[in-house]
Write a protein that binds this ligand. Sequence first.
Ligand SMILES: NC(=O)c1ccc[n+]([C@@H]2O[C@H](COP(=O)([O-])OP(=O)(O)OC[C@H]3O[C@@H](n4cnc5c(N)ncnc54)[C@H](OP(=O)(O)O)[C@@H]3O)[C@@H](O)[C@H]2O)c1
Length: 299
Amino acid sequence: MAKRVLVTGASGLFGRAIYKEFLSDNSWETLGLAFSRAKESLKKLDITDENQVKEVINTFRPSVIIHSAAERKPDAVENDPDGTKKLNLSATDYICQAAKSIGAWVLYISTDYVFDGKSPPYDEDAKPNPLNKYGQSKLEGEKITLEASPENSVLRVPILYGDIEYIAESAVTILFEKIVKGSELIASDYEKRYPTHCDDIAYVIRQLADRRLQDPEKVHGVFHWSSNEEMTKYDMSIAMASAFSLSTENIKADRTPSKGAPRPYNTHLSCKKMEALVSGRQTPFSEGIKTVLQPYFNK
Ligand SMILES: NC(=O)c1ccc[n+]([C@@H]2O[C@H](COP(=O)([O-])OP(=O)(O)OC[C@H]3O[C@@H](n4cnc5c(N)ncnc54)[C@H](OP(=O)(O)O)[C@@H]3O)[C@@H](O)[C@H]2O)c1
């Protein structure tokens, strides 16, 4: 089968890492899609338009589609149910139907927020129970993907950080804005998270796609990938300050549940199924975050 991969959301925080990972391997022919941030290397395409989706898939004829585009900010999802339905559900359906018509494998990027966070660690077959509308919409997207074809796959990932285009782009690096200025930062010291470098997940995704083409019966259903470093946002803030020898005096711990859309307490993902298929890489948070934030230090 042709090694041809289509990456949706290739201009986003995670999609950029996935796109870059496939580009780094010349055995793959890679096409990245973007919308408002389309550049010369990325194709501009509105995935909420069924005809545009059909056309790109029928023309490029990928064997693998990594579907990363989504609305992923829980508060934005609560405030825009119609927009979220179009992007997270209808677009997923268009992609899966077009993929099915040409026999392409879809890997749908999902989230640890499909779990309620009450009984970690979560195996791949643990029962989801999302607490907020974002988690619900991503779980519905999973169902659309797996119902379109039992051959398709889902990959759930936790809170991400990686190369950023602006400091507020990820829910992790945004904390650095106040730290670097020395202003007071009240950071959640309640919910447990496992911040994971986008590049580490992109690395396992490319291997999984290779396995899928070599050994299709071994690669279907739900997968997880996550770091094992348990941290609250307060812990991440202290680690970011320490990475640049900045004062931690103004970083205050908030030991109450986060405000806004309800968040799960601890969604630690067990990754056994993926570990059996690929060789993983776990960048320590202190190292990964230093590299990511270096360009924003002394700016
Ligand atoms: N970030 C996290 O911490 C995190 C955690 C767990 C799971 N995830 C999941 O990971 C995936 C990627 O998240 P991310 O952080 O990369 O999100 P992101 O940075 O917000 O990127 C979203 C992407 O979707 C694209 N997009 C939006 N509307 C579109 C449309 N109508 N047509 C085509 N493309 C459209 C955007 O394109 P333009 O920018 O060019 O408009 C962008 O490339 C999502 O499925 C998310 O649920 C993310």
